[in-house]
Ligand binder design. Structure first.
Ligand SMILES: [Zn+2]
Length: 388
């Protein structure tokens, strides 16, 4: 499928054809998923998906910048960008671009030119939370990369983390979205920086930071050398997640669980290729933070409709649905819920189940996690009752 076609999904669709139509699958694509052997071909307007309460476990602050804000910064600092459309292509995936992880990662490199003051860092944090609230996200785990935000101006990592934490606290209060932060480190930026960020995050554990994440160039940089940084995090009581099995082999999922103590896995879609890792993740009940459109745009998946999410569920894996980088991908979580239901043909009941699974995988104390899941369950029950 061409990128232009995939982006059509973001356009409003015709109104729903009414009652949900379930039919037994001859194709068997979704067969075996939690005992549900039906596919659902109902289409619904995007407003329906916007109205659903949501849980986001995997969203990068640096992938969530509004384009207007990028433009504002470019203009006010008189940065040398020839025209608006070129700027857009530097920070968002466009048609006819190579669907590779190198191209996807290049957007983050350009965006690093934007983090020029504490005010800008606070602004993008607040706007990311406002945008999640507008999409009816009830619980947001926003991950941010202190090294990315500090690099251009040489801001101390500790200050950058405090600016994001302060803004997140303000955003949570202003927009009513329960917001927690995950500090993220890039594989390709080395173990020493990761160690510093882990230590600083551990110091800030009770002030909004709940976890540590490993991201970046997966094929070139194995997770093993980062074990000590992640041990610092774990010993402080932080939770741990890691991108693995996204752009490199599924055995990296096992590496992240065993060497980093990862409690959740970012993406992990290639775990299906690695039987031992698959078995381990299933046994551990490891939640997978899957980001469907991102996987397509970064070349990890060749066609949206063949995304391995259905097979992951059929294998008994604990899958959740997330955006990754809504601004770079030009999506909201509503779009991903729609792709799940309409491109992958899952019924709303399975969507409900996955949203509740995300709530139960949140990096929150158990009582808060359960309260979130139960509140969402009640809402979904009445929403589903109204649509059937
Ligand atoms: Zn990610």
């Amino acid at each position: 499928m061409a990128l232009s076609q995939s982006r059509l999904m973001l356009q409003p669709r015709p109104p729903s054809r009414g009652l949900k139509r379930l039919r037994p699958t001859e194709e068997t694509r979704n067969a075996g998923v939690a005992g549900i052997n039906t596919i659902d071909t109902t289409t619904r307007p995007i407003e329906f998906y916007r109205s659903l309460p949501k849980v986001e476990l995997h969203r990068h602050l640096e992938g969530s910048l509004r384009f207007e804000t990028v433009l504002d910064v470019v203009r006010s600092y008189q940065l040398d960008v020839p025209d608006t459309s070129l700027l857009r292509s530097l920070v968002q995936v466009q048609e006819n671009e190579p669907l590779t992880f190198q191209n996807f990662l290049s957007k983050f490199a350009t965006l690093r030119l934007i983090y020029r003051s504490p005010e800008i860092i606070a602004r993008v944090t607040l706007e990311a939370i406002a945008d999640a609230a507008a999409d009816n996200v009830r619980y947001l785990e926003l991950r941010f990369t202190p090294v990315a935000l500090s690099k251009l101006r040489g801001f101390p990592l500790s200050q950058v983390m405090d600016w994001v934490m302060d803004a997140a606290r303000q955003g949570e209060k202003e927009h009513g979205v329960t917001t927690r932060l995950i500090a993220s480190v890039n594989r390709h930026e080395g173990v020493a920086l990761a160690g510093q960020v882990a230590y600083l995050a551990a110091e800030r554990k009770d002030r909004g930071i709940v976890g540590l994440d490993l991201a970046g160039n997966e094929p070139g940089f194995p997770a093993g050398p980062f074990a000590s940084a992640f041990q610092v995090a774990q010993e402080s009581g932080l939770q741990v997640t890691a991108h693995a099995g996204e752009w490199d082999g599924g055995e990296n999922v096992a590496e992240a669980i065993q060497k980093l103590g990862a409690m959740r896995i970012g993406h992990g879609i290639r775990v299906l290729e690695a039987p031992a890792a698959l078995q381990l993740a299933r046994q551990c009940g490891t939640p997978f933070e899957v980001c469907i459109t991102s996987n397509y745009q970064s070349g990890a998946v060749k066609q949206l409709k063949n995304h391995p999410l259905a097979r992951m569920l059929a294998e008994g894996l604990n899958v959740t649905i997330n955006t990754d980088d809504p601004s770079i991908s030009q999506i909201a979580l509503s779009d991903e819920y729609r792709v799940f239901c309409e491109t992958l043909s899952f019924p709303l009941e399975i969507l409900r189940e996955r949203v509740l699974a995300a709530a139960r995988a949140a990096f929150l104390p158990e009582t808060e996690r359960e309260a979130l899941a139960q509140a969402l369950e009640r809402e979904y029950d009445s929403l589903l009752a109204a649509t059937t």
